[in-house]
Design a protein around this ligand. Structure first.
Ligand code: URA
Length: 233
């Protein structure tokens, strides 16, 4: 795949894109023995790219499914020193979480170094479905289920819950297609109740399955294919 050389360098962790441009401008980057210019493209898998005479190893894309436990923040680092999802996934590649899941929520978090795929997943147009199991502070009633299916206005925008199913006296599963902060909790506040526990069990075609809290695994090739297909990539 042809990509701008500065992008390849950034993905390989050599430098930020801006710094990579500086390296190129300083004549320190060659492709197949020839100095490159800013904006020039190369194929990270086929071309020999050197910085200061040293080969750049391009980072392969990795896709990791984590069952986030409680009290872990969905970020790469935390200024308050709290445990992050990155701490739980000690891979070499520079993976980052796709979207967010509250610290006091559990379940499926996808981590990847594939920026294009992550952007698509978070883009409203592609509407990746997110499926949650919410345990409520009050019993699930037929009227609550009905109102949930009809849609609730949260901060001036209607949220439609799909595939709504009662799983227990206080427990309901629902799928939503948006990623506003605390959206599920706000949805139930709008219905006059409160979410005591929240678990994400699926994200698009990916599901949590039997993965234990704190455990992670790489997506299978078939899962990556399904995901790319769902995102029209
Ligand atoms: N909705 C919430 O309220 N919290 C999450 O973490 C995700 C969706």
């Amino acid at each position: 795949m042809l990509q701008r050389v500065q992008k390849i360098l950034a993905q390989a962790g050599v430098a930020s894109r801006r710094k990579a441009e500086e390296l190129i401008a300083q004549g320190r980057v060659t492709v197949n023995g020839t100095n490159v210019k800013i904006g020039q493209s190369a194929d990270a898998e086929k071309d020999r790219i050197l910085v200061d005479g040293k080969p750049v190893r391009s980072e392969r894309f990795v896709y990791i499914l984590l069952n986030k436990p409680l009290n872990v923040v969905t970020s790469v680092s935390d200024p308050l020193g709290r445990k992050t999802v990155r701490d739980l996934v000690p891979v070499q590649e520079r993976v980052f979480p796709v979207g967010r899941l509250d610290r006091n929520a559990t379940g499926l978090v996808l981590l990847t170094n594939d920026g294009a795929l992550a952007n698509r997943m978070m883009h409203p147009r592609y509407e990746t479905a997110k499926t949650y199991v919410a345990t409520l502070s009050s019993p699930v009633t037929p009227s609550l289920l009905e109102r949930l299916q009809k849609g609730i206005v949260v901060e001036d925008r209607k949220v439609l819950a799909k595939d709504v199913e009662q799983l227990g006296p206080n427990m309901v599963r629902l799928s939503i297609h948006e990623g506003r902060k605390h959206i599920v909790k706000k949805l139930f506040v709008g219905l006059g109740t409160h979410v005591d526990a929240l678990q994400r069990v699926a994200l698009g075609p990916l599901s949590l399955g039997t993965l234990q809290p704190g455990a992670w695994r790489a997506l299978t090739d078939a899962e990556v294919r399904q995901l790319r297909q769902a995102l029209a990539l």
